[in-house]
Design a protein around this ligand. Structure first.
Ligand code: EPU
Length: 435
């Protein structure tokens, strides 16, 4: 197991490239199960989660070939095995979206329930509700979802909202299933995240008929079959947002390049309120550090609201802001494991249920800290970059799930960050998943 050693307080300067989106690429790779033709995907990030999903898809008969330039060719060659085991699905929640495609194409599937994770209870009731509405027979057996539709799925009107908003992967699952259903499906309260939009665009290039892309009402006219296609995955808005916050917190001038600023409007709104200095130019965001950041409240919401996947990194930045800010987590109410670790570095944070109050301090100080999930590790990284002294972040495998070449990218900006082997006690005792 690896850890990062970061010497903080150095000014970052230069250009950092954003990779393809992990959370867009995951369901799009699952879409390969909807056809027997080859799906060619460009800008697929080289990440642990992608590697794991490709293994799961290989078990399910989809053979892939990955090139050095980020292109993945994937083709379903066998439909003999439709069982996605607990051992595989429990490593990553994103793999639960093999269910909808297999059910639609093979008419049956047995997929392990993903289970809970460190950011809180994460049910799949909406996924199952949507697939049932399409006519699937679904039962739970020994921790598995056993789904079948011997006569095929049929279109329906489905409401997919919950008290916490829409569901990203639930929308992806039901949407993919509906592409091959008989008749028309209307998904209301569909997730509007850019990753869902990207999936829709890929499905359309495979022959799916979808209206309302990017809106909360998706209308899917089922077709008899889908075919191969070539699709480029969108830029990772969460990776971009992490770099923007790091650039503002620790930079002098950092260009976050090759991103889609239009996917980050809520972040810019909050940065404006914080009086942060940045400039958008085409696909680049130029971030300027050095100026004081005003303490600014955020509340996480489904897109286009402030993303829960940037809440931890925002908290790291707020821990050295001028004043007191309030952070409210409305998507995953327990997603605050990073708060205690930030406090080990001198942050002043008080939590009351879904709310954290952050009192900005002059300076954080480096400390040994433990990453608990992917975005928590990103927050500790931002904190480590701005802290005085040395920070050791343990369990960086969480980071490797969602950030491609992070230490190389940051080193190129002048950060002092090194990956080293962690032989410490308890280094290998946790493999909980979150993303
Ligand atoms: N929910 C239900 N029932 C369901 C599904 C979801 O009540 O059947 C609730 C959840 O408990 C949560 C809310 O709905 O309160 C939203 O969850 P959602 O289903 O949208 O989350 P997800 O699809 O499982 C994806 C991302 C997460 C990201 C969330 C929210 C992937 C692989 N994961 O998860 O990404 O936080 O959407 O935007 O796309 C990450 O990348 O670090 C990560 C955790």
């Amino acid at each position: 197991m690896d850890r990062f050693r970061i010497r903080g307080g150095l000014k970052l300067r230069g250009t950092i490239e954003v990779s393809g989106s992990k959370n867009a690429a995951l369901p799009i790779l699952c879409a390969a199960l909807l056809t027997n033709d080859t799906l060619t995907l460009r800008r697929v990030p080289r990440l642990k989660d992608i590697e794991n999903l490709l293994k799961i898809l290989a078990e399910l008969g989809a053979v892939s070939d990955r090139r050095g330039d980020g292109t993945v060719f994937i083709k379903t060659e066998s439909e003999a095995n439709s069982v996605a085991s607990y051992e595989l699905v429990s490593t990553m929640r994103g793999s639960f979206t093999v269910l909808g495609p297999m059910l639609a194409k093979r008419r049956h599937a047995r997929v392990s329930l993903p289970g809970g994770c460190v950011i809180g209870v994460r049910p799949v009731d909406l996924h199952l509700k949507g697939l049932r509405a399409l006519g699937a027979d679904i039962r739970l057996e020994d921790g598995y979802v056993v789904a079948s539709a011997p006569n095929g799925l049929r279109g329906a009107r489905i409401y997919l909202g919950s008290s916490n908003g829409s569901t990203v992967l639930g929308t992806a699952n039901v949407l993919m299933a509906a592409t091959l259903a008989k008749g028309t499906t209307i998904i209301e309260s569909a997730a509007c995240e850019p990753e869902v939009e990207d999936l829709c665009r890929c499905l359309v290039s495979m022959g799916a008929r979808i209206e309302g892309i990017g809106s909360p009402t998706l209308v899917i006219h089922g077709v008899d079959e889908l075919h191969g296609a070539t699709h480029e995955v969108i830029a990772d808005r969460i990776e971009a947002g992490t770099f923007i916050l790091a650039g503002i917190a620790a930079g002098s001038e950092v260009e976050v390049a090759n991103c889609k600023p239009e996917h980050l409007t809520a972040i810019f709104d909050r940065l404006d309120a914080a009086e942060a200095r940045y400039r958008i130019e085409g696909k680049s965001v130029f971030c300027y550090g050095g100026a004081p950041i005003r303490a600014t409240d955020v509340t996480t919401y489904p897109h286009p609201g402030f993303p829960t996947d940037l809440q931890a990194q925002w908290m790291a930045m707020m821990s050295v802001a001028d004043g007191v800010s309030m952070i409210t987590e409305r998507i995953f109410q327990d997603r605050y494991l990073h708060a205690a670790e930030l406090m080990r570095m001198g942050a002043q944070i008080r939590r009351d249920g879904p709310i954290c109050i952050v009192r900005g301090v002059q300076q954080l100080s480096g400390a040994p800290v433990m990453a608990s999930d992917l975005r928590a590790s990103a927050a500790l990284l931002v904190a480590g970059l701005i802290a005085h002294g040395t920070t050791i972040i343990r369990r960086v495998y969480h980071m490797d799930r969602g950030y491609e070449n992070i230490e190389k990218k940051l080193s190129a900006l002048g950060a002092d960050i090194r990956r080293e082997e962690d032989r410490g006690a308890g280094a290998g005792d946790d493999a909980s998943e979150a993303a």
